[in-house]
Design a protein around this ligand. Structure first.
Ligand code: NAP
Length: 253
């Protein structure tokens, strides 16, 4: 019974930015739960993700896509549908961060981050939602951040984008929940990926962050897999507009 509740067998998932970090871990977890998985790839190769998904026995497809430059999101969804079937589960994971002192923060560091972290989420979610509503249901999972709740330091465009993602998630949920489309967020804590490499290299910041995490360690990408499977599954059919924090207890401090 429990296995059925969390099974993604027969579903097609699309994970943006699935070549690395959190996106890769979520892609693999969804495949382990039974979904066929497509990912978008950007600058880095996705051989590792391909091998990990293939090892689960599920089908895999990748689409080259720059989500920072008005990508043709319908063409992306059509490409996945042609290979694996229409997208039942969309995970908006691709994201970037730029760090600089607020007073020095550049125009491009503002607009580039908003383009990937917010505009692409809006455009891809809108296009995917059209198909999900037509087919009678679906799941959209947006990757938020602790900086959806807090201000952060030296990352104003990232903070603005991640606050906005939580708001957008609620806006989508309000219109789509009666149509059996669940739209939710996962807010990861401090996770060991390329996104946080600069923080981990800064000994003082790294120690300060560790000291505040009740779990006593940084998160691993695989720590996010269970939350993604839950929100993608029928176990979460009555969960709408929620932000599920997976942070080792950071927000509880
Ligand atoms: P990551 O390994 O750098 O993953 C980011 C992914 O997004 C990469 O696969 C990257 O592909 C892709 N991407 C970047 N720009 C893109 C573009 N223009 N078009 C298409 N894809 C693009 O870092 P991560 O930590 O796993 O980040 C994944 C998500 O988690 C992000 O939304 C991030 O904000 C969020 N998050 C991370 C943490 C953390 O502590 N790590 C905490 C909270 C939230 P390329 O590398 O090929 O460009």
């Amino acid at each position: 019974m429990a296995a059925e509740l969390f099974s993604l067998a027969g579903k097609t998932a699309l994970v943006t930015g699935g070549a690395s970090g959190i996106g890769q871990a979520i892609a693999v977890a969804l495949a382990q739960a039974g979904a066929d998985v497509a990912i978008t790839v950007h600058s880095a190769a996705a051989d590792e993700t391909h091998a990990l998904v293939a090892a689960t026995g599920r089908r895999y497809h990748e689409v080259q896509c720059d989500l920072g430059s008005q990508a043709d999101v319908q063409a992306l969804l059509d490409a996945v549908a042609a290979e694996l079937g229409p997208v039942d589960i969309l995970v908006n994971n691709a994201g970037i961060i730029r760090r600089a002192d607020l007073v020095e923060f550049g125009e491009e560091d503002w607009s580039d981050v908003l383009a990937v972290n917010l505009d692409a989420v809006w455009r891809l979610s809108q296009a995917a939602a059209r198909g999900m509503v037509q087919r009678g249901g679906g799941k959209i999972i947006n990757i938020a951040s602790l900086l959806s709740f807090q201000g952060g330091i030296r990352v104003p465009s990232y903070t603005a984008s991640k606050h906005a993602v939580v708001g957008l998630t609620k806006a989508f949920a309000n219109e789509l929940s009666s149509k059996c489309v669940n739209v939710n967020c996962i807010a990861p804590g401090y996770i060991e990926t390329a996104n946080t490499a600069a923080l981990r290299q800064d000994e003082q910041r790294s120690r300060q962050i560790m000291e505040r995490i009740p779990a006593g360690r940084w998160g691993r990408p695989s720590d996010l897999g269970g939350a993604a499977v839950f929100l993608a599954s029928s176990a979460a059919d009555y969960v709408h507009g929620h932000t599920l924090v997976v942070d080792g207890g950071w927000m509880a401090r």
